[in-house]
Design a protein around this ligand. Structure first.
Ligand code: T4K
Length: 402
């Protein structure tokens, strides 16, 4: 049944019952049922081979490579994947990144003393603006690091052209975009390399985990060495080839990853259906805007965001989040604060990031889960509609309680 409103519902801030008895969290993982991974777990424990190029890791990497169409290396997480990529590519000086992202995008480079030049995003797709990238290039720039934000794709073609024309490396932070396609090709096949996160909050999960994909075998060889303390297992087990780190994935997350990959299409499709409900229902409410999908992109829904125009919607983003929280709907303000406003970055010079600041102040990500029901999504939409309808009372409530 399609719900347009919740008849007779009294909002919880006004003393009504919570709409949901149990919290609906922004991004709860869908882990495997125990019986589905019992056999491989027994095998690993029985074999006493827990990590360092184990059987399940190999199989996971092979399946990933088959799915993406470029060779994939699994890592301990996405942050360290970016870090070893930067090291393997020999980046230095400055890299161009958006500020509208999770701090890890920038951290991975700063950790290696590579500076991050923050540039603004496109106001519709929320992805890095290629024109701003062009403007930011200088003699210190060594790479461009666009982020395929929320599961949307950047303007990949333009960015590839800019990188090529300026002899720069191009690394995609595709932490959110596993399973997305651009011009019919899987994300993971672009630039010099791409990084995915398989953290518990993602669609493809391993608990903690990351993936590096690339078509450049020489680069992948370097990454294998980088993630293994600097040892090249094929050469000399007593001599490190370079200063490396431990960024390996062990057998347990690989087993979860194998299950998650087998179930990925179902999970992706479920989220697409939830997103359809959100788009359909919420587009009828004044003052709610949506991220536009980049032309040529078949996106995935790592996150579903709404952009609140307070003047038209009636209450602001923070108030909406609070009223929803009281109903047990736990949203997140990804990505507020943007990276350039985080403490370590406040002294970093950058041009005005007007669109980043504006979107970051008004964005709200709604729960989108791989096992969410249509009814849950419709009730969330009905709640948002009710909040819009009762905007005046809600404003009075916040005036009195602040
Ligand atoms: N680049 C980008 C663009 C990224 O977004 C990220 C990470 C990275 C790079 C780095 O990749 P990793 O190094 O993480 O692989 C989360 C994730 O930890 C992080 O992976 C993710 N992006 C970021 C957007 O979100 P938090 O601090 O917001 O997560 P947390 O612990 O508050 O969890 C979010 C919600 O999920 C909570 O409400 C509870 C729920 N949850 C969480 C976990 C861990 C569960 O239900 N079960 C769980 O096991 O960072």
């Amino acid at each position: 049944m399609i719900r347009d409103s919740i008849t007779g519902k009294k909002l919880s801030i006004f003393g009504g019952e919570k709409e949901f008895k149990e919290s609906i969290i922004i991004s709860r993982p869908t882990p495997p049922p125990f019986q589905d991974i019992e056999e491989p777990l027994k095998e690993v424990l029985g074999n006493k081979w827990l990590t360092n190029g184990g059987k399940f890791l190999k199989s996971y990497e092979e399946k990933l490579s088959g799915y993406i169409g470029s060779k994939c290396i699994a890592t301990s997480n996405g942050t360290v994947a970016l870090l070893i990529l930067a090291k393997a590519l020999g980046l230095k000086g400055e890299v161009i990144v958006p500020s509208f992202t999770f701090p890890a995008t920038a951290t991975s480079f700063n950790f290696l003393n590579i500076k991050t030049k923050f540039v603004d995003i496109d106001k519709e797709t929320y992805c890095i603006d290629p024109n701003e990238v062009k403007r930011a290039i200088n003699e210190d720039t060594s790479a461009i690091v666009p982020v395929n934000i929320y599961g949307n794709c950047c303007d990949i073609k333009k960015l590839e052209n800019i990188a090529e024309n300026n002899d720069l490396k191009l690394i995609f932070d595709s932490a959110h975009a596993f399973g997305a396609k651009y011009n019919g090709e899987m994300v993971g096949n672009f630039g010099d390399a791409e990084m995915f996160s398989t953290h518990a909050t993602k669609i493809l999960i391993t608990g903690e985990g990351g993936i590096i994909s690339s078509k450049n075998n020489e680069l992948l060889d370097k990454i294998r060495i980088q993630q293994n303390f600097g040892y090249d297992d094929l050469k000399d087990k007593s001599q490190i080839q370079t200063v490396g780190i431990n960024a390996k994935m062990s057998e347990f997350p690989a087993i979860i990853g194998l299950w998650s990959l087998d179930n990925f299409e179902n999970h992706k499709n479920r989220r697409n259906e939830i997103a359809k409900i959100y788009l359909n229902r919420l587009s009828k409410i004044k003052g709610i805007g949506f991220q536009k999908t980049t032309p040529g992109c078949e996106r995935v829904y790592q996150f579903f965001s709404i952009l609140i125009d307070k003047d038209k919607f009636g209450v602001d983003r923070d108030q909406l989040a609070e009223v929803l929280m009281k109903e047990n709907v736990l949203t997140r303000k990804y990505f507020y604060l943007p990276v350039h406003q985080q403490h370590p970055y406040k002294t970093v010079e950058h041009d005005k990031l007007k669109i980043t600041d504006e979107i970051s102040s008004n964005i709200l990500c709604l729960p989108i889960l791989s096992d969410m029901t249509n009814d849950q999504a419709e009730r969330i939409c009905a709640l948002i509609k009710l909040i819009h309808e009762q905007a005046e009372e809600i404003n009075n409530y916040f005036r009195k309680t602040s």
